[in-house]
Design a protein around this ligand. Structure first.
Ligand SMILES: NC(=O)c1ccc[n+]([C@@H]2O[C@H](COP(=O)([O-])OP(=O)(O)OC[C@H]3O[C@@H](n4cnc5c(N)ncnc54)[C@H](O)[C@@H]3O)[C@@H](O)[C@H]2O)c1
Length: 315
């Protein structure tokens, strides 16, 4: 298939593009390289450096005629959305609308959209099921939720098929430590620098960590299944920050010093997303255990550090 991936130079996008090429699909990347990196785009992909808000997006879609569009490009940093809600809305809402208009006019077969657990805000209970969305606590949550609404409306008005995934906390190789919610990447960099880990609060807060390879696989599965619905993309397994650090200690083989600080204001205590609806809709479930995913992530981060410290390959 001919697959266009917006945000294909980013963390999740670059893994998806890798899988697409491995499966024999043609991959077209559209990315403005805002947070993404050109060197992350796998060899063999067609790359356009373009902002999704740019008028040229329609012509590009017309010329490339993708069968499927996977829309990952976004303003995805919550504090940025609070500081500049207009910018957040321009990228996440107007950018999406530009894409949807082109997709319906150019008869794209399906649009797959990256939404977020942010649409749940502070949930009353876990695991969180899809019906619990709507407690929006940031402009980012509003723009992602609005995106889901537009997909449903474009399906209703024009019959454009879609799948919207609400990602849990995605981790894996190539995640940037500065990314919002990128706690695994932040911790790994600190471990590699021999620094102690600072934990906000008592470390008993839980998150649902899903390996990026599983996210790429789920997106691929949705090419043929899970039409016109919103699905949590998660493991359904809660992991506390303390448990996460124990696992990191195990996979890295390094002793980790922990420093406990005050809880971060506004942090959600427990977040774990039920994946029952996704399993039923896609006939698929995540394959990587936390330990397997962290081991692969550690190996990649470690290798990158070794390369950076020894650019000539002399160890
Ligand atoms: N990583 C997570 O845990 C997580 C969780 C929930 C939702 N998401 C969503 O998944 C998607 C991908 O996230 P990621 O972690 O890979 O982030 P990322 O920042 O690594 O990737 C986003 C990519 O989009 C590109 N981009 C941003 N604005 C653009 C624009 N206006 N035009 C063209 N390209 C643009 C960036 O350069 C980057 O390459 C985002 O939509 C994000 O909101 C991610």
């Amino acid at each position: 298939m001919n697959v266009l991936v917006t945000g294909g130079a980013g963390f999740i996008g670059s893994h998806l593009v890798e899988r697409l090429l491995a499966e024999g699909h043609r991959a077209i990347v559209v990315d403005n390289l805002g947070s993404g990196q050109q060197q992350s785009i796998p060899e063999g992909a067609v790359f356009y450096r373009l902002d999704i808000c740019d008028e040229g997006l329609h012509d590009l879609i017309k010329a490339e005629r993708p069968d499927i569009i996977v829309h990952l490009a976004a303003q995805s940093v919550v504090p940025v959305s609070v500081r500049d809600p207009g910018f957040d809305a321009r990228v996440n809402i107007l950018g999406l609308l530009r894409l949807l208009e082109a997709a319906r006019q150019e008869q794209v077969q399906k649009v797959i959209y990256a939404s977020s657990a942010a649409v749940y805000g502070e949930p009353d209970r876990v695991p969180i099921v899809e019906e619990m969305a709507g407690r929006l606590l940031s402009p980012y949550a509003v723009s992602k939720y609005a995106g889901e609404g537009y997909l449903a409306v474009y399906h209703h008005l024009y019959g454009l098929p879609f799948t919207a995934f609400r990602f849990a906390n995605v981790y894996g190789p190539r995640q940037l430590a500065k990314a919002d919610g990128g706690v695994v990447a932040i911790f790994l960099e600190q471990i590699l620098q021999g620094k102690p880990l600072t934990i906000n609060g008592d470390g008993e807060q839980t998150r649902d960590f899903i390996y990026v390879g599983d996210v790429a696989e789920a997106i691929l599965t949705s090419f043929e299944r899970g039409d016109n619905t919103v699905l949590n993309l998660s493991t359904g397994v809660p992991t506390s920050i303390n448990q996460l650090i124990n696992e990191l200690e195990y996979v890295s083989g390094r002793p980790i010093e922990r420093r406990y600080g005050p809880p971060r204001p506004g942090d959600i205590r427990h977040s774990c997303l039920s994946n029952e609806k996704m399993k039923a809709a896609l006939g698929w479930e995540p394959r990587f255990s936390l330990r397997e995913g962290l081991a692969a992530t550690w190996a990649a981060f470690h290798q990158k550090t070794v390369r950076e410290e020894n650019p000539d390959g002399i160890v």
